[in-house]
Design a protein around this ligand. Structure first.
Ligand code: ADP
Ligand code: MG
Length: 366
């Protein structure tokens, strides 16, 4: 029985002596884990994956697979299955032979090869395409063959670079579930690269958020959503994204009080203690659209005055954009809520759901 663990120890990748694509990256992936590497375009995701595969040389640092140092080993010596965004299929082999290839080179019997190929083709919805050449397929179908080829041999470590980026939306949701289900069934340690936070949240056990080559946070979907470590993670996870507002901290009767544009913001007693320890007079608060309540009448708890800017009915919910002085905030409500454009409204931020960030470092204040 193979294990599928991976360890990065201060790994750096510098291209052409000047593009520092991966900076001092250290993390561990456990056996059987499903890790998503998430970040915007150009953040170093593909570079990280190619370093794991051995397709790029590490500039500095070490990579271990199953506690074996592989930093200078060739891709073949690493026993990893890959699916890449640009598919990497053999153009002169039909779909069946593309899927069978990784099994045949491992000398599997033809009966077993046939069984495996048909199973994976069934799961991925390409069972009718087995006799076609890659050139005869749509890009979504090619991508599925590429995923199939990575999974067919049931490797201990599977890596996938944006495996669903060319698949249309209905099929994408289906394949998300299937890849997750195959992972549960096979227990193959899986590392998936994506720029789509919903995909990462829906599929992965843990998510590694990377930005400009630097690890921002590594945690479960819940940890990232409820306790983002910095403003970047807070703004990257969640749709619509978290709202940010600069606040002034004033002292009232010896206790810290937060103000946004002259309106007072209530904080929980835990957060009040946190603010007492904080020795600056400004900070940034983050509040998710679903953690803001909105009212047409001024009420004791609804301290922040705002104007309705635009209403977006999304079927199952309503997204309301309001302006608070020069800032725009997004609020998520039930779908049947209706306001007029420019109507004056009052807001309440759910106390327990306010996040605090340092203005200089952008780090979470805890
Ligand atoms: P992502 O997959 O997150 O979009 P990449 O890892 O592909 O990001 O790229 C990270 C950075 O490294 C980018 O600035 C990109 O332009 C640069 N880069 C990637 N590959 C090369 C290469 N072969 N040569 C030079 N620069 C590269
Ligand atoms: Mg990429």
């Amino acid at each position: 029985m193979y294990l599928g663990t991976l360890r990065f120890n201060n790994v750096n990748k510098v291209y052409l002596g000047r593009v520092h694509a991966v900076k001092d990256l250290s993390f561990t992936v456990d056996d059987r884990e499903f890790l998503a590497i998430l970040g915007p375009s150009g953040s170093g995701k593909s570079s990280t994956l190619r370093l794991i595969a051995g397709l790029e040389r590490v500039t500095k640092g070490e990579i271990y697979i199953n506690d074996r140092l592989v930093t200078d080993l060739s891709p073949q010596e690493r026993n990893i299955a890959m699916s890449f965004e640009n598919f990497g299929l053999y153009p002169n082999l039909c779909v069946y032979d593309n899927l069978a290839y990784p099994l045949r080179i491992r000398k599997m019997s033809p009966e077993k090869v046939d069984k495996r190929v048909r199973e994976i083709a069934e799961v991925l919805g390409i069972i009718d395409q087995l006799n076609k050449l890659p050139a005869e397929l749509s890009s979504g179908q090619k991508q599925r063959v590429s995923i199939g080829r990575a999974l067919v041999r049931r490797p201990e470590l599977t890596i996938m670079d944006e495996p669903l980026s060319h698949v249309d939306s209905g099929m994408r949701v289906h394949l998300r579930r299937e890849i997750k289900r195959i992972h549960r069934e096979l227990g193959n340690t899986t590392i998936l690269v994506t720029h789509d936070q919903l995909e990462a949240m829906a599929m992965a056990d843990r998510i590694l958020v990377i930005h400009e080559g630097v690890l921002q946070q590594l945690g479960t979907p819940d940890e990232l959503y409820y306790h983002p470590k910095n403003e970047f993670v807070a703004g990257f996870i969640g749709t619509p994204p978290m709202n940010f507002l600069e606040c002034i901290i004033k002292s009232e009767d010896g206790h810290p009080v937060l103000f946004v544009n002259g309106s007072k913001i209530d904080v929980s007693s835990t957060d009040a203690k946190l603010l007492e320890r904080y020795n600056k007079d400004r900070l940034k608060i983050g509040i998710r659209p679903s953690d803001i309540l909105i009212s047409v009448n001024p009420q004791p708890d609804y301290g922040i005055e705002a104007n309705v800017y635009i209403m977006e009915p999304l079927g199952e919910k309503m997204i309301i954009t309001v302006t608070v002085s020069s800032e725009r905030l997004k609020i998520e409500t039930d779908p049947d809520v209706r306001f007029d454009i420019n109507q004056r409204v009052w807001l309440h931020f759910k106390k327990e759901r306010i996040h605090f960030f340092d203005l200089d470092t952008t780090m979470r204040i805890n």
